[in-house]
Design a protein around this ligand. Structure first.
Ligand SMILES: CCCCCCCCCCCCC/C=C/C(=O)SCCNC(=O)CCNC(=O)[C@H](O)C(C)(C)COP(=O)(O)OP(=O)(O)OC[C@H]1O[C@@H](n2cnc3c(N)ncnc32)[C@H](O)[C@@H]1OP(=O)(O)O
Length: 719
């Protein structure tokens, strides 16, 4: 919908009205077509201003329409009609002008932006390209290199940067619509030819071929198999080399390939999934919209190792006062230096003053007496954490929320050690905590809805994808990682190499294969956990029986490497070799290959040829299968929660939508069939046994992913 008013006697003011972001739905497009026509045909109107209601210009095309039959006037002719108008049209940009919203503004003759506005062409993040002329107009307006940067990354720019680049004509700190109306009055009657961007030639660029070759190479590398960034480069190339009309034709062709692609579906699913996880709910019936978060002013972090330092930085950057506690003086001084450095670097990047004085350092846990929330980040040891929780319960004022940054320990057990278990939740950060996007907020059966709401809101303020999950071993992310890693170990026993497994996973789109990731995070982490679980045994024994532990297949390969002191990057040796400890470039290691050969010989294993498909099926389907168990157990509220966790915290390629979305794309029946196949071959591997939820979903006709929630409820009620 678009509203029309005549203001200042001769300016036609068109206001887009489609809350919350004034997306260009069919009704809005129709409204724009009608109101523009009205303004142009009214002889009293000398110029036109387009703005959006509620302080936001336009969030772009209506993404929800993409999956359906699109009706209403198409965007491209609508924008052409504005550009070819014989009266000046000014875009008054407040809040956001994104995607189709910015393309609409580029069709206007002038653009005035509020200083707090943000502009961008983020279509690439949805698996698309700016196909309402954006890929053709932006390079003509700001030149090829800058346009390539914006279009291939989808990044949003501030009004100041937009002014510098030449995207907007004026920036105001005052009322943007008033400024635009004033501006529109001042340009009434001026020649519009030079203001029509489509009529501009693209600014000359020396050695265009070399530029595009270089950009294409970079984009291919960072795209990890995503097709939209490549199509974006091709579209900008068309703008640089073809007349406008032919460039538009090329833009349309490229968009046609992207529009119906699985990648676009996956990326748009991720967009909505990220928003859906904010609408959390607990099995108790508590929900996001009925649970009020507690206001937070002061927080504390206990334990200033790597995690505690990152958490302190993340808290201080949200504007909270933080008491950072570390009992050992030397560690406290080291942490203070490290935290100050991180805050200074972060502030420099964001162009703000560092929040150094927001952090107070103390060796004494008594210093946290008056904080609203504490995040405990001491060593991962249940006895130590229990002690800290007991101390906190005695020290903190009544009502202080007690959060534990554990990655695997039982949040409910910790809660039971405190007099107020309802105040306890897990906040599982990922290292480095001030950088990584993911936060698992873990609730136990006794966590209060308010405690969960507060932790979720805090995560959002930190800019994290916060996902509320139930309490179980490994929560969601690490629980699903276990079968994935185990399958990778089994594949090595059967004849694969770390290089082969990693290559298959990286070609699939993972940032890093499982073995490179293991080298980065340290092999000793898993070793310690397996020791704690009583799985690690002396390495001298051989034969099949030593590879069955606690009644299931077990591979001691990781343990054997640790016994050799090969902990990964930090020791310069792991599944790969490195130039020196701490170095990041993984090189194939002949020692490892002969070690694998000797291991197979010792255990009577005959290496066979393993292809990429088997690697993907065994590692990914085992992980997905665990995801179905998690849904069945009610640990994650829906497949979106699992997918957001995997995309934002575990390097799962976003253009494949997350593991559960991927299973839906592959087909549940196919996933089930392959799991059954591998389970027959490896009966001693329980994680290959298809989950009963997967079986039930297939039996009920494999509903599409957005219907799983309903199906799960129905299946549970039939049990
Ligand atoms: C057969 C072949 C045919 C081929 C040819 C096809 C022709 C088609 C041609 C079409 C050409 C189109 C070219 C243009 C494409 C686009 O414009 S794509 C959209 C680009 N825009 C974006 O990516 C912006 C997305 N939105 C945001 O980044 C943020 O929402 C925001 C605008 C910055 C606001 O942020 P915030 O205040 O934090 O609010 P949110 O929580 O993010 O959002 C609030 C709710 O609004 C929903 N929403 C946001 N944007 C859109 C949108 N563009 N469309 C629909 N809905 C949107 C969002 O989902 C939230 O709602 P809930 O999910 O219900 O919470």
């Amino acid at each position: 919908m678009a509203e029309y008013n005549l203001v200042s006697e001769c300016v036609g003011l068109i206001t887009l009205r489609n809350p919350p972001v004034n997306a260009l739905s069919a009704a809005v497009r129709q409204g724009i077509v009608d109101t523009v026509q009205r303004a142009l045909s009214d002889p009293n109107v000398k110029s036109v201003v387009i703005c959006g209601q509620n302080g936001i210009f336009c969030g772009g095309a209506d993404i929800k329409e993409f999956g359906s039959n699109m009706t209403g006037p198409p965007l491209i002719p609508m924008i052409h009609a504005i550009e070819s108008a014989n009266k000046p049209v000014v875009a008054a940009i407040e809040g956001s002008a994104l995607g189709g919203g910015l393309e609409l503004a580029l069709g206007c003759h002038y653009r005035i932006a509020h200083s707090k506005a943000r502009l961008g062409l983020p279509e690439v993040t949805l698996g698309l390209l700016p196909a309402a002329g954006g890929s053709q107009r932006l390079p003509r307006l700001i030149g090829v290199p800058a346009a390539l940067n914006l279009i291939t990354t989808g990044r949003h720019v501030t009004a100041a940067e937009a002014l510098q680049l030449g995207i907007v004509d004026q920036v105001t700190d005052h009322n943007t619509v008033d400024a635009a109306v004033k501006f529109a009055l001042s340009v009434a009657g001026r020649s519009l030819g030079p203001r029509r961007i489509s009529a501009h030639p693209c600014p000359q660029q020396p050695d265009l071929d070399a530029l595009f070759e270089e950009v294409m190479q970079k984009v291919r590398q960072s795209a990890r198999g995503a097709i939209a960034p490549i199509a974006c480069v091709q579209a900008v190339r068309a703008a640089a080399t073809l007349p406008y009309a032919q460039g538009m034709e090329r833009e349309r062709e490229l968009m046609a390939t992207l529009f119906t692609s699985g990648q676009a579906r996956a990326l748009q699913y991720c967009f909505f999934a990220e928003r859906a996880v904010g609408r959390w709910r607990m099995p108790s019936g508590a929900r996001w919209d009925t649970s009020k978060p507690r206001p937070l002013h002061k927080a504390a972090v206990i334990g200033l190792g790597i995690m505690g330092r990152g958490i302190t930085v993340a808290l201080a950057q949200t504007g909270l006062s933080v008491i950072a506690v570390e009992t050992q003086e030397k560690q406290l001084m080291e942490a203070k230096q490290a935290i100050s450095g991180m805050l200074e670097r972060g502030a420099k990047r964001r162009g703000v003053a560092p929040a150094l004085d927001r952090v107070i350092y103390s060796q004494n846990i008594q210093a946290v007496a008056d904080v609203d929330l504490v995040i405990e980040a001491v060593f991962e040891d249940i006895a130590l954490k229990t002690k800290v929780f007991q101390q906190l319960s005695a020290v903190c004022k009544p009502g202080t929320l007690l959060c534990t940054n554990t990655s695997a320990l039982d949040v409910d057990q910790l809660a039971s050690e405190t007099p107020n278990p309802e105040l306890v939740v897990g906040m599982h950060f990922f290292a480095p905590a001030h950088v990584m996007k993911l936060l698992e907020v873990v609730y136990g059966p006794r966590s209060s809805p308010q405690a969960v709401a507060t932790a979720m809101q805090l995560g959002k303020k930190m800019g994290k994808a916060s996902v509320a999950v139930g309490n179980c071993r490994g929560f969601v992310g690490n629980r699903m990682l276990k079968p994935y890693i185990e399958e990778a170990f089994f594949l090595l026993e059967e004849g694969a190499t770390p290089e082969l497994v990693d290559q298959a996973l990286e070609e699939f789109g993972f940032a890093m294969g499982v073995f490179r990731m293991s080298d980065l995070s340290g092999l000793d982490v898993g070793w310690r956990i397996r020791k704690g679980d009583g799985l690690v045994e002396p390495s001298t024994a051989s034969g099949r029986s030593t590879r069955i532990r606690q009644g299931r297949r077990y591979s001691p390969l990781g343990d054997l490497l640790c016994e050799e002191g090969r902990f990964g990057q930090k020791t310069g040796r792991g599944w790969y070799q490195y130039d020196k400890p701490g170095s990041r470039v993984a090189r194939s290691d002949p020692w490892l290959h002969s070690f694998l050969g000797a291991y197979r010989a010792q255990h009577g294993l005959v290496a066979r040829r393993i292809d990429h498909q088997e690697v993907l099926e065994r590692c990914l389907y085992a992980l997905i299968n665990e995801g179905f168990h998690i849904l069945d157990d009610g640990i994650a509220a829906g497949p979106e929660d699992i997918d957001v966790i995997y995309v934002s915290g575990y390097g799962w390629p976003r253009h494949r939508g997350g593991p559960m979305f991927y299973a839906n794309m592959v087909g549940l029946a196919k996933v089930l069939e392959r799991l059954e196949h591998y389970q027959q071959l490896h009966p001693e591997v329980p994680h290959l046994q298809p989950s009963s939820l997967l079986r039930r979903l297939v039996a009920s006709g494999s509903p599409p992913i957005h219907k799983w929630g309903e199906a799960i409820k129905k299946l549970h009620s039939q049990l």
